[in-house]
Design a protein around this ligand. Structure first.
Ligand code: FA5
Length: 328
């Protein structure tokens, strides 16, 4: 048997020297190194031998087995490295394109707006999306019979104790802030809002607003107007015309709205409602209107994004069409 083992040892040496690629190496493995291969066959026979021969034959067999495995492993490593050498790379082949995701344009606008207002000294605050009627309406000076409170405009949530709504604007966060922070207050409040709207090219039922509130001694309407204009200029540069016009909100007096018109569109679009905080609202927030005044504003983020991206329909922002979203 020792003779047979030595013969196979010679055979292994010859066969391994002939291997030049990975396919041939695999054939070599199948012949010598698998369970039914030549070497394992010897191990099977070894068990049958009388004990006095086992030692000597076993020693020879181990030498063969180790040698074969070592040769195999070394050659395998060499061949695999060779398969990936730079000389085999064709650098003129087109690369593999990975499609990376990106921030949604509305999120980009929110971040951009936060940066603009931070530079003007505003901090960022947040409030709940499921809001009680008191903060969404009463504290903001909405009369009990105001049409905005109607089921047709507002989503009411079922609740045993209070009347809870999906907030229809971010203005309730103003009240929460006044309840918790002493003036001076200068903060913006981004967030999602909900209205039972009929959808069209400028109206969604779920959209984002960025509220702003500045309360201090002697805050004036001129400062509000300057802040709105400054924002519009930084956001849009010279690409835009704007129009500041009088409006009405129960929680501000006087109130105004800012419309913008971009070069590519000939329509005016309202982007923000604003005004001087109504004394009743300051009182509801625990602030003395004789001592402090303030202004507030509420931007529609999707509308700001529309003007920035030149989209002509607000609904396109949420259709998840990769051809639209990947442009921004
Ligand atoms: C408000 O929501 C007031 N809370 C804003 C405000 C805050 C006024 C503080 C004064 C002081 P209005 O309903 O106009 O106001 O909405 C504000 C902005 O949200 C609008 O200018 C518009 O840009 C956007 N917006 C309103 N409704 C929709 C809608 N259905 N879809 C998309 N954007 C909307």
């Amino acid at each position: 048997m020792i003779e047979n083992i030595k013969q196979v040892h010679e055979e292994v040496k010859v066969r391994i020297s002939e291997v030049t690629n990975l396919e041939q190496l695999e054939e070599f493995r199948l012949e010598f190194l698998v369970k039914k291969g030549k070497i394992q066959e010897f191990f099977g026979q070894l068990k049958e031998l009388p004990n006095e021969q086992k030692r000597e034959v076993g020693k020879e067999l181990n030498i063969l087995s180790k040698f074969t495995e070592n040769e195999y492993n070394q050659l395998k490593q060499n061949l695999e490295e060779k398969a990936y050498t730079v000389s085999d790379l064709d650098l003129t082949l087109p690369g593999i394109k990975y499609n990376l995701g990106s921030e949604h344009p509305v999120r980009q606008t929110i971040n951009q707006m936060i940066e603009i207002f931070k530079k003007m000294g505003f901090s960022v605050a947040e409030g709940p999306e499921a809001e009680d009627e008191y903060h969404n309406f009463d504290a903001l000076n909405f009369p009990p019979n105001h049409p905005a409170r109607d089921m047709q405009d507002t989503f009411f949530l079922e609740n045993k104790f209070d009347k809870v709504v999906l907030r229809t604007h971010t203005s309730p966060v103003q009240i929460r802030l006044m309840e918790n922070v002493k003036p001076p207050i200068r903060a913006i409040m981004p967030g999602r809002v909900y209205r039972n709207e009929t959808l069209d090219s400028t109206h969604l039922a779920e959209f984002h607003q960025i509220e702003g509130l500045y309360i201090d001694k002697n805050v004036t309407m001129a400062e509000l107007k300057a802040t709105m204009m400054h924002f519009a200029r930084v956001m849009y540069g010279d690409d835009i015309e704007f129009r500041f016009r009088a409006s009405f909100f129960p929680f501000t007096e006087p109130s105004a709205e800012l419309d913008i018109r971009t070069k590519h569109s000939n329509k005016w679009m309202e982007i923000v409602g604003c005004g001087m905080v109504h004394p009743n609202v300051l009182r509801a927030g625990g602030i003395d209107p004789e001592e402090y005044t303030g202004y507030a504003f509420g931007f529609g983020v999707e509308r700001i994004t529309m003007a920035k991206t030149q989209l002509d329909d607000i609904r396109k922002l949420y259709e998840n069409d990769i051809r639209v979203l990947s442009q921004f």
